[in-house]
Design a protein around this ligand. Structure first.
Ligand code: ZN
Length: 314
């Protein structure tokens, strides 16, 4: 509470350091009145959007960032895709716990596992929306903090998938706990690396970005191990249960690859710089793929509840 109050005080003090309507940054007067080009905001952005040429906010106070939720700029779609997604997933959480899982005669752990995945996803969506809301903040500390929050959301969102894969897919207790230990270790490794350096959230340094992508890919990629294990330990591709798991996990693989491509390729804006600044840039597709991946795997979890009633682990 004290730390939060101190941080709020620090942010307010930074807001008051300069005029409320204008802010000198990179030699330009920035503020809420207009949007800026990539060249003008160079050094203040952290997504490496080399091909997004216009529509940037910069030099905003906290209030102006919040007001910009309802303004049209190159992060408006990024904010709203995950803000609406957050509300939708919240409604899924309530509906499934009170209607769907009881209708399927799910037990206590079915509620826990489905809820754990959806709650992790909620953190992902909310932290992502917040990151984009404060992406144009005048304070590098606030921008760095919001980026860290976004990264934490990605780490915990990826981890949330493991609850379902391991609970329904891995029946052997030793392997169940071993996979959990590895998955939790990779999650904490990512969090520790990203949060250890004060500058890491603010930098555009290529080495930091490369390390970030590598560690995230390691955590994400490890998800393939229990997936393959679950298929093999449930009879493999020659057995109906193994086939069922394989079919359901194909959705995770598809959306994981779609997320990876949309996040790293900078397509389609790479092909036509400036054409997709406001609608259709790769980051908008990345957001949509994340949301679709969450919904798809939640549907699989509901199928697994019914499967385990027909084919129990024991
Ligand atoms: Zn984003």
């Amino acid at each position: 509470m004290t730390v939060t109050a101190r941080n709020n005080h620090s942010v307010k003090a930074k807001d008051n350091d300069v005029s409320k309507t204008s802010f000198l940054q990179n030699g330009i007067v920035a503020g809420p009145k207009r949007l800026y080009t990539l060249e003008e905001v160079s050094g203040t952005k952290y997504f490496g959007h080399d091909h997004i040429l216009t529509g940037y906010r910069t030099g905003l106070t906290t209030k102006e960032c919040l007001r910009s939720i309802f303004q049209w700029h190159n992060e408006t779609i990024s904010i709203w895709t995950h803000a609406i997604g957050f509300v939708y997933v919240m409604s899924m959480l309530v509906w499934e716990n009170f209607v769907t899982i009881p209708r399927y005669h799910g037990n206590f752990w079915d509620h826990v596992i489905v809820s754990a995945h959806l709650l992790c996803s909620e953190v992902t969506l909310l932290s992502s929306a917040c990151c984009h809301i404060f992406g144009g903040h005048r304070s590098p500390e606030v921008r760095g903090l919001s980026l860290r929050l976004d990264l934490f959301g990605i780490f915990i969102g990826v981890h949330g998938f493991q609850f379902i894969i391991l609970y329904y897919g891995i029946c052997d207790e030793w392997y169940f706990y071993t996979h959990h230990v590895v998955a939790w270790s990779l999650f904490f490794l990512n969090v520790a690396v990203e949060f250890k350096d004060d500058e890491v959230g603010q930098t555009q340094d290529a080495a930091v970005l490369k390390r970030r992508i590598t560690l995230t890919a390691l955590q994400w990629g490890y998800g393939a191990v229990p997936i393959v294990h679950a298929i093999c330990s449930n009879g493999g591709l020659s057995h109906p249960t193994g086939q069922y798991f394989c079919q359901r996990f194909l959705g995770v693989v598809f959306y994981s690859l779609a997320c990876l491509v949309s996040y790293t390729s900078q397509l389609p804006e790479r092909l036509a710089p400036g054409w997709f600044d406001y609608v259709g840039q790769s980051h908008h597709w990345w957001h949509m793929m994340v949301l679709c991946g969450i919904i798809n795997f939640n549907n699989s979890a509901l199928d697994f509840i019914q499967l385990r009633q027909k084919v129990p682990c024991s």
